[in-house]
Design a protein around this ligand. Structure first.
Ligand SMILES: [Zn+2]
Length: 221
């Protein structure tokens, strides 16, 4: 769990350090182009589903959208955010995803959870940080506890589609608090949809009425 001391330290750093473009590291006036410099913002790889067709969705997922493709100049900041403690990028990245949240009554934002052993190692769940920022932007409630990863998964990037499906099957479980809710399930990247599909299956088994997947980026396996 991201500790209060770490959060205070990060907030202090944010005040002391000038704002920089998360992609090219240029110095920026605050809040320019959603947190990116004009050049990088202009090159962001927005996903046009008529050019790259949407994926076949897992059955438990009611809808899926992502604003961007997993390519530069988004790829490096996303890797830093996920793996190397660049947690200060959460507000910048959340602003890109915010316009894609569905507007439905009874909506709750839920992150794809990490297994407790992974969370201890990495100290934060990047998807939960996105959810917290999206909750601030939208005013929608969030729930980072009900959906749990109950089985540790191996790193998925080298797995075949069948391998990923096998790894994620029965990896997640959901408590009763989301029964009857419209859940917006948040993660960083959609590749095969196996993780989002397994989470959506657990949420539906826990009584969620609808599950809509939203990730920052889409990439084909
Ligand atoms: Zn830049």
């Amino acid at each position: 769990m991201f500790s209060t001391m770490q959060q205070l330290w990060q907030q202090g750093l944010n005040l002391l350090l000038p704002h920089r473009c998360p992609s090219c590291d240029a110095n920026l006036p605050a809040a320019a182009h959603g947190g990116f410099c004009a050049s990088c913002y202009g090159q962001l790889p927005w996903w046009n589903p008529s050019q790259l067709l949407p994926p076949k969705l897992p059955r438990a997922l009611n809808s899926f959208q992502a604003p961007l493709l997993y390519a530069e100049p988004l790829r490096q900041p996303l890797l830093a955010f996920k793996f190397t403690d660049a947690t200060h990028l959460a507000p910048v990245l959340a602003r890109l995803l915010y316009p894609y949240l569905p507007a439905a009554p009874n909506t709750v934002l839920v992150p794809v959870p990490m297994h407790p052993s992974s969370l201890r190692q990495r100290t934060y769940n990047h998807a939960a940080l996105l959810v917290q920022e999206l909750s601030k932007l939208s005013g929608l409630p969030h729930d980072c506890l009900s959906l749990q990863r109950v089985r540790a998964g191996e790193a998925q990037h080298n797995q075949s589609r069948a391998g990923r499906l096998r790894l994620t099957r029965s990896s997640f479980a959901c408590g009763p608090r989301l029964a009857g809710k419209t859940v917006v399930l948040i993660d960083d990247i959609f590749t095969t949809g196996a993780t989002l599909g397994a989470c959506a299956g657990a949420l539906k088994a826990g009584g969620a009425a609808e599950v809509h997947g939203r990730t920052l980026a889409y990439t084909q396996p």
